[in-house]
Write a protein that binds this ligand. Structure first.
Ligand code: AMP
Ligand code: ZN
Length: 481
């Protein structure tokens, strides 16, 4: 599979270290508020990647952290602690809001068919591991103490800016004017590994450590949590594009300084979901959530479909109109699948199956092109083969796309059957056989353009109180009471 790698800035053949076994790390949410649908775009595309790797037969171990401490309002270690801010807003403790928003996040994920990672680890569960890594970095000379905090010394690395798109100036992004620069840093890009009491007087969560009572920086958590569950080598690391710098850059700095070798070969970054008014942001407080989509009558899977129709390396613009269009297309797709269910018999056509599947894998093998994979799904209807094969292909693709269309189609088909049964008058078997025979006779007459006979049959039935109705689904009848 060819997959764009932010480290090399090319599409690389994705290769795991140990054949067949992929370790995949995902930066989890900062749980001080609901996830917005932008965050969930990132998790949706990561979910498709994971499911495709599994589809290719790989055994995937996916690890995700939950950021419940240490993330300041600027990713460059300045501003307020996001969790504290959330707790104050809701007059609750940090742990209470962490629990509430972690549960809310996974409930949103369930609605969007985003599989839960194999390992989910809150940052507050790994304090001893953070301390151990920071001690190693101090011992190796990559970290220093200043003003009560421990910092990573970026000047000790041969190359710090590993993602070429980002530079020192980008550290300014998101920093509000009122925030003072941290004068303890030896170099502008240095970042905090451990904060002590010097940072916030009302810091709720703090732990004892060899560096003083305090709490960890944000970046250290992902390096440690990945190391704890995966080991010294990671196959692929994922996140939103805003995470590449400084967060992922700092993760690489810490991990490679600790291990003394390259840590993760492949970096997968999902670009942003924007609205017409710009980037969606949790900290601004006004954002779109899955609950809001539901309140407006949208099935969350329509949003998944909307995300899959565009490429993960392009910004995606959200509007209600765009979502409405996705809903119309989604519902039509479900109805087309439902119509296949009326005659699903026959033998599986292996040649057509392989042909359909090849289009699908070609799309995803080319840098996870989900919009082409959706086109491959539409192409199934055009294949010159039986419904059984078409349904088998769609179910196969759904292992990756997971749009819920097969289940929705089954429900629609069953509802149609029920409606039809309810609209068929309750008559004796004998009378039903007679009417059906007459309907068939009339159909044959019409086919032969013998309209006189067809009309005579209609009149014959009418004389018995039976009215024929020609509908799109065929001829039906009503009996006068
Ligand atoms: P956070 O909860 O803020 O730590 O973000 C969770 C994930 O969402 C991270 O991988 C971010 O990079 C990603 N993210 C943040 N904003 C957006 C956005 N507007 N569109 C897509 N992904 C985003
Ligand atoms: Zn991370």
């Amino acid at each position: 599979m060819q997959l764009y790698n932010s480290l090399t800035r090319t599409k690389d053949e994705f290769r795991e270290r140990e054949a067949g076994k992929v370790s995949m790390y995902t930066c989890g949410p900062t749980v001080y508020h609901f996830a917005h649908i932008g965050n969930l775009r990132t998790y949706t595309m990561e979910d498709v990647l994971e499911k495709y790797l599994r589809y290719l037969g790989k055994d995937v171990l996916r690890v995700m952290n939950i950021t419940d401490v240490g993330h300041l309002s600027s990713d460059g270690d300045t501003g307020e602690d996001k969790m504290l801010k959330g707790a104050r807003r809701e007059h609750k403790t940090v742990l209470e809001i962490a629990k509430f928003y972690t549960d809310a996040f996974f409930s949103d994920c369930d609605k969007l068919h985003i599989k839960r990672p194999d390992v989910i680890e809150p940052a507050t569960g790994c304090i001893p591991e953070f301390i151990e890594m920071i001690e190693t970095l101090l011992k190796k000379g990559y970290a220093y103490e200043a003003g009560g905090n421990i910092y990573f010394d970026t000047s000790k690395l041969d190359k710090y800016y590993v993602f070429n798109d980002f530079r020192e100036e980008d550290l300014e992004v998101g920093v509000r004017d009122s925030v003072e620069e941290d004068t303890n840093k030896r170099n502008k890009a240095d970042f905090v590994l451990w904060f002590t009491k010097s940072k916030f007087e009302d810091q709720e969560l703090k732990w004892d450590s060899p560096f003083g009572v305090g709490y960890p920086g944000w970046h250290i958590e992902c390096s440690c949590i990945a190391g704890k569950h995966v080991g010294e080598y990671l196959d692929i690391h994922c996140g939103g594009i805003d995470n590449a710098f400084p967060h992922h850059t700092n993760e690489i700095a810490q991990s490679e300084a600790t291990y003394g070798h390259e840590w993760c070969k492949h970096w997968f970054h999902v670009h942003h979901l924007n609205t017409n008014s710009g980037k969606m942001s949790k900290s601004k407080g006004e954002f779109l959530t899955v609950s809001l989509l539901e309140e407006r009558g949208f099935n969350p899977l329509v949003y998944r479909f909307f995300c899959l129709q565009s490429h993960y390396r392009k910004n995606l613009v959200f509007s209600w109109e765009n979502l409405e269009n996705a809903r119309t297309a989604y519902n039509k797709l479900v109805s087309r699948v439902a119509s296949l269910l009326s005659s699903p018999d026959g033998e599986l056509d292996a040649v057509a199956f392989e042909e359909g599947k090849r289009r699908f894998t070609d799309a995803l093998d080319n840098d996870l092109n989900t919009s082409l994979a959706v086109t491959a799904l539409y192409d199934v209807f055009k294949l010159d083969t039986n419904n059984k094969t078409k349904l088998a292909l769609i179910s196969d693709f759904e292992r990756v796309l997971d749009l819920g269309i097969v289940d929705a189609a089954k429900a629609e088909y069953e509802a149609n059957q029920k409606n039809e049964a309810e609209s068929t008058p309750d008559v004796s078997d004998e009378l039903l056989a007679y009417i059906n025979a007459k309907i068939e006779e009339r159909r044959a007459a019409k086919k032969n353009r013998d309209f006189a006979t067809a009309d005579a049959i209609r009149d014959e039935l009418l004389a018995k109180g039976i009215t024929l109705l020609d509908t799109r689904e065929g001829t039906k009848f009503e009996i006068a009471k």
